[in-house]
Write a protein that binds this ligand. Structure first.
Ligand code: NDP
Length: 450
């Protein structure tokens, strides 16, 4: 469709270096064709042009002092994409790979994901090329304080509510929140992922992983299957991977892999969750430690990966849960999964599969849950944290988990029904993109030309 081609060409011309952003826009826009053809109002109102152009892009310098007294400088970003249905909402990523293209792809995805949750949240994302790995707690604290010295003026409980992402966990949120409170003299729900003593929500830590497994369960129900007794592969070993494995184990599945930026573990007996938590949540160490503790587990360092493949996806499994980072599963990996009988892919990470891999899954008609639907549980419980902060009433674990479960069911049924409405039954990429798009686009039209 000409309108879609024009949008994709426009962003390539305007932002030639932002490859991940091109990919995210292509993935969304190519599935919007039926809705754009059916309703001329979206093109008439330049909705795609407005959606791919953030409301506001804040780029700033963060200057801080390391433990040796040396001054360090990092780049940082907050990109506020769209607030038509609620305050900007999306995580902060601290990782050396962070650049404007990565933050823009994440922020763009977040618009549709947040719309799918049914809660009132717009889309935004932020972060820095700061690497918390190998830094002392004091260095992380000084960086977070310096980061907030600029960020505080752009955020607010009804304006923009950041959260965690890669490299930003409970420790970083604590330092960021403390500095926000110090500067503004306000105690409000300006960040989510807070600790329980000062406004956090139960289940937020577990939400993305648990939600991703609930979503897989919904997809599998449609084909009369479940996870009980099934072998599953998981990539990553951070927040999302850990709580995906925890829920898989509760459902009777056997998760056999984990990975990090240095290598992967294949543990046929099933991942030892307590050991994994000790290594990643307490010691913040590499997965090599896992193989030292568990002799039967096989460790493959990244230096031994064959060109262009991620060995996690070459281990036979019934269901796969990519939970590390973008583009970690390519066409070769997708083919290997299908050849080995994989029936379900539920994405915990954002855009972990390349476009070619996504097409392969869709064509094979397996249960494929794209990240913006399958991993929406994290931001959904962030939304519940905002509701608890606003009412100053904490909810119980059971109450919050039940609500998370209901939201994941509703995201699945919304995506599934929308796919049927547009003659793409079973294609949750089309269903999720159109369902999220319609809610935001119609709200933009209602509110006039802005
Ligand atoms: P964490 O920082 O807790 O963990 C990230 C994991 O991925 C670590 O194991 C890390 O390895 C690994 N990893 C990161 N980059 C690479 C890379 N380039 N190659 C190989 N492994 C890598 O992050 P999260 O678990 O929070 O996030 C994981 C994914 O889930 C991201 O895509 C994030 O955007 C997405 N997501 C997270 C949500 C949340 O609530 N946390 C919500 C929705 C999506 P190492 O330990 O060596 O750094």
């Amino acid at each position: 469709m000409e309108y879609i081609n024009n949008i994709n060409n426009l962003i390539k011309e305007k932002y030639p270096m932002q490859l991940e952003f091109h990919q995210a826009v292509r993935e969304v826009t190519e599935s919007l064709e039926p809705v754009l053809k059916k309703y001329g109002k979206y093109e008439q109102n330049a909705i795609l042009e407005r959606l791919v152009t953030p409301d506001r892009e804040i780029h700033f310098r963060v200057t801080w002092v390391d433990d040796n007294g040396k001054v360090q400088v990092n780049r940082a970003y907050r990109i506020e994409f769209n607030s038509a249905i609620g305050p900007y909402k999306g995580g902060l990523r601290f990782h050396p790979s962070v650049n404007p293209g990565i933050i823009k792809f994440l922020g763009f995805e977040q618009i549709f994901k947040n719309a799918l949750t049914t809660l009132a949240m717009g889309g935004g994302k932020g972060g820095s090329d700061f690497d918390p790995k190998g830094k002392s707690d004091a260095e992380v604290m000084r960086f977070c304080q310096a980061f907030m010295n600029e960020l505080y003026r752009h955020i607010g409980a009804h304006t923009d509510v950041p959260a965690g992402d890669i490299g930003v966990g409970a420790r970083e949120i604590g330092y960021l929140y403390g500095q926000y409170r110090k500067i503004t003299n306000r105690f409000d729900g300006v960040l989510t992922g807070k600790a329980l003593n000062w406004g956090g929500s139960l289940v937020r830590t577990e939400a993305t992983g648990y939600g991703c497994v609930y979503f897989a369960q919904e997809m599998l129900k449609e084909i009369g299957e479940n996870l009980d007794g099934k072998i599953c592969t998981v990539s990553g070993s951070g927040n999302v991977a850990i709580y995906t494995i925890e829920k898989l184990q509760q459902f009777g599945a056997l998760a056999v892999t984990i990975s990090d930026s240095k290598g992967m573990i294949y543990d046929k007996e099933g991942i030892d969750l307590a050991l994994l938590k000790e290594i990643k949540e307490v010691k913040r160490a590499s997965l090599e430690e896992y193989a030292k503790e568990k002799k039967n587990a096989q460790y493959t360092p990244i230096s031994q990966y064959k060109d262009g493949i991620n060995p996690v996806w070459h281990i036979p499994c019934f269901a796969a849960f990519p939970s590390a980072t973008q583009n970690e599963l390519n066409l070769e990996d997708a083919k290997a999964l299908l050849k080995n009988g994989c029936k379900c892919v539920s994405e915990g990470a954002n855009m972990p599969s390349t476009i070619e891999a996504v097409h392969e899954f869709i064509n094979a008609k397996i249960c494929y849950g794209p990240g913006k639907a399958a991993n929406a549980g994290g931001v959904a419980v962030s939304g519940l944290e905002m509701a608890q902060n606003a009412s100053m009433t904490p909810w119980s674990f059971e109450q919050t988990d039940k609500k998370l479960h209901q939201i994941m069911e509703s995201i699945f049924s919304n995506a599934s029904e929308t796919a049927k409405e547009f003659n793409a039954a079973g294609n949750l990429v089309v269903g999720a993109n159109i369902a999220g798009f319609r809610k935001v686009a119609d709200s933009m039209i209602d509110q006039g030309v802005l």
